[in-house]
Design a protein. Structure first.
Length: 338
């Protein structure tokens, strides 16, 4: 049996702007998706997604027929039809990734079991794709590079998010730690070895990443000057944030978090819940706060002065109906469990 794990992630700065080759800064969190691949006697694939709540088996013919259907739809960017195939045949993006690997290296029977503790809004898809890719490749006795695993996870994200994701999610969950990322430059690991008093607050609504990415793309097509000016401002904020992060200037980092929130909010992808979280943070002397990831729901990051303030903030968020938690950040990326 092969067992792998991949972490969740948070985007500190750069969400949405990173889609347009602007700077993104992200790090992993200590929440894991675990995948087990084991031998079976039958020449079929058994896919048991415990966190998704279903179990399905596929013959070689069934798997590759669905793979070809989805591939053609992907090439035509018909993601609505892809979603219908997932719902009708229980053929999620993870299985498309598995089929991609088996198309290259040859079909063999196996049981794939997945279970995830990564919140849906914090990189759960990328973590599942990275962990699945590494597990299947290792089961096939391959020794994949991180680049290969990241590319397969990106393929899964394309299907999961209905379009062309930035590439930051699959990169950070694969490589781990803290990274800066630009589409045209790829990833650069950041040497961060200090603790950041960060709180993650859940809005209670799932992020609508696919919708918000498409919505901003449409706005940019209709009003390029306005949207491009916002994207340039977001890039400038991220560049200054990187300087503040490297110098451990948390006060300025917090101000830049609020600034990023206000700038991206101009594109109308925030929600009343996200706005309320920012208000509570401001009212209770947080250094900074901003939504993370796709917006349209999801989570916010809240930066506190110290651990004592974190405890107080957690209490205030609880009083306002929001769940919050701390997690070790900057943990290693996708790994083989021994």
């Amino acid at each position: 049996m092969i067992t792998t794990s991949a972490p969740g992630k948070v985007i500190l700065f750069g969400e949405h702007a990173v889609v347009y080759d602007k700077l993104g800064i992200a790090c992993t969190i200590n929440k894991w998706c675990t995948v087990k691949v084991s031998s079976i006697k039958q020449n079929i694939i058994i896919f048991d997604a415990k966190d998704l709540g279903f179990k399905k088996s596929f013959t070689e013919k069934e798997l590759f027929n669905l793979f070809e259907k989805v591939k053609k739809l992907k090439d035509k960017s018909d993601f609505g039809a892809i979603k219908e195939i997932y719902q009708k045949y229980k053929f999620p993006p993870s299985l498309f990734v598995v089929a991609t690997i088996l198309k290259k290296y040859g079909f063999t029977g196996m049981k794939i079991e997945g279970n995830s503790e990564v919140p849906k809004n914090l990189g759960s898809s990328s973590a599942a794709f990275a962990a699945t890719s590494l597990a299947v490749l290792k089961f096939l006795k391959k020794d994949p590079s991180k680049k290969e695993v990241s590319a397969l996870a990106y393929l899964g994200d394309v299907l999961a998010h209905g379009g062309t994701p930035s590439g930051i999610d699959n990169s950070v969950v694969t490589y781990g730690g803290y990274i800066k990322y630009k589409k045209s430059e790829g990833i650069t690991p950041l040497d961060i070895d200090f603790k950041i008093p960060l709180l993650i607050v859940d809005s209670g609504k799932e992020a609508r990443t696919g919708e918000t990415v498409s919505y901003i793309r449409k706005q940019r097509e209709e009003n390029p000057e306005f949207v491009n000016s916002i994207l340039d401002s977001l890039n400038s904020i991220s560049e200054r944030a990187l300087e503040s992060l490297n110098s451990q200037d948390f006060e300025n980092l917090g101000k830049l978090m609020f600034e990023y929130y206000k700038e991206l909010k101009k594109l109308d992808i925030s929600t009343p819940e996200l706005d309320k979280i920012i208000d509570v943070a401001l009212e209770n002397e947080a250094l900074g706060a901003k939504p993370t990831g796709g917006w349209g729901g999801g989570c916010c990051l809240v930066l506190a002065k110290n651990q004592k303030r974190i405890v107080n903030l957690m209490k205030k968020f609880r009083e306002n109906g929001f769940k919050s938690f701390q997690s070790k950040i900057g943990v290693e990326g996708v790994k083989l469990n021994i």
